[in-house]
Design a protein around this ligand. Structure first.
Ligand SMILES: *[C@@H]1O[C@H](CO)[C@@H](O)[C@H](O)[C@H]1NC(C)=O
Ligand SMILES: *[C@@H]1O[C@H](CO)[C@@H](O)[C@H](O)[C@H]1NC(C)=O
Length: 346
């Protein structure tokens, strides 16, 4: 085979959809919004919002067998559901050994939300016990702030991402940084949505390689000129670890006449994997099925759309297991599950 022919066929040989490995595993009972990260000791730390009888409780779960089994681990915080809206937990292991949890912690009464916060708690024992640390963002009069996500910068500061409503139909992507392990936070930096009146929301960010300054941020974007609003999945890129962001909005998936949203993004070996919910296969948005797509060129193009779980599969998260497999986490009918997905070598 001539080299030019080989090069022509190579991308086809690499392109490959992930397949399910085994049945879904119980991640957490009676709740939603599952997320998980790797701890430095090799175990996995998960979190979700548990729906107790009168309270919403943000809890942690733990796996010492690469996600094959999960056990209840700790409680981050709990508040009465009637007066508080605790949800959207995300955990992050800092280089100093402490673990942060960021989440939304809004006040509410019978008329709706009355005070909006992104709150951060800290754990000194790998996610078992927690104490309050800081409130990086607060909007007493609203509109809202939602869905925090964290990662470590190349300079070992911590980046906190979240979505901020700007008015009717508008929502922007924000990043703030902490240089003192979560005690104080820099001013907000807006990096998507500032030029549009779209609803950009539910951010996650993945680097193209270990310690790469090029990172891809994924979010849903709602076109509010349509009724009902239709959501699609979009990315933007930074080449300097989030200091500046390219204005180009690269689409991942835009279903025609349906919605795709609540995305996440992770790196699995040399691929990027994006997940999202979609009502294309049935369901009343935001209810739908969980799908993933794969990029082999650093997020410029996306293919191999695969259904992980038919509806209902909501508010999913993902975590890589090794260079060829990952767990897709989702809530179905009030229980959180982990489905292992594998890229089989050709
Ligand atoms: C509900 O939350 C409140 C406030 O944190 C707490 O005092 C109470 O113990 C919680 N109830 C349960 C059953 O966890
Ligand atoms: C959903 O959960 C409820 C209660 O937890 C149960 O009664 C119902 O059968 C479940 N529905 C499905 C489709 O599994």
């Amino acid at each position: 085979m001539r080299l030019s022919t080989l090069l022509l066929y190579l991308p086809l040989a690499l392109a490959q959809a992930p397949v399910k490995s085994g049945d879904p595993i119980l991640f957490g009972e009676s709740g939603s919004y599952p997320r998980a990260i790797h701890l430095a000791d090799g175990s996995l730390l998960g979190t979700y919002t548990r729906w107790d009888v009168n309270n919403h409780t943000l809890v942690t779960v733990h796996s010492t067998d690469s996600g094959t089994t999960w056990t209840p681990h700790g409680e981050i915080t709990t508040e009465p559901t009637a007066t508080h809206d605790l949800d959207n937990p995300y955990v992050h292991h800092m280089p100093n050994g402490q673990v942060l949890a960021a989440f939304r912690n809004h006040d509410r009464d019978a008329s709706g939300w009355t005070h909006y916060r992104i709150v951060v708690c800290v754990s000194d024992d790998l996610g078992k016990t927690w104490r309050y640390l800081s409130t990086p963002a607060e909007m007493p009069a609203g509109p809202g702030i939602w869905e925090p996500f964290m990662q470590t910068s190349l300079d070992d500061s911590i980046q906190l991402y979240y979505s901020k409503e700007t008015g009717p139909g508008g929502q922007d992507s924000i990043v703030r940084r902490t240089y003192d392990n979560g005690a104080t936070w820099t001013e907000e930096q807006v990096f998507s949505g500032q030029d549009t009146n779209a609803r950009d929301g539910m951010i996650a960010v993945a680097p193209l390689a270990d310690r790469s300054p090029t990172k891809v941020a994924i979010f849903e974007s709602g076109d509010t000129s349509k009724n009902p609003t239709e959501f699609s999945v979009i990315t933007v890129r930074t080449n300097d670890d989030g200091a500046t962001w390219e204005p180009t909005r690269i689409p991942v998936y835009t279903p025609s006449g349906f919605s795709a949203g609540a995305p996440q993004i992770i790196r699995v070996g040399n691929r990027l994997v994006a997940s999202f919910g979609s009502n294309e296969l049935g369901g009343t948005w935001p209810e739908g099925a969980l799908q993933v797509m794969v990029s082999y060129d650093g997020g410029l193009t996306w293919s191999d759309r695969t259904t992980v779980k038919e509806r209902p599969a909501m508010w999913s998260g993902m975590i890589h297991v090794d260079d060829d497999s990952f767990l897709a986490l989702y809530e179905s009918n009030g229980t959180c599950y982990a489905q292992k997905m594998v890229f089989q070598s050709a």
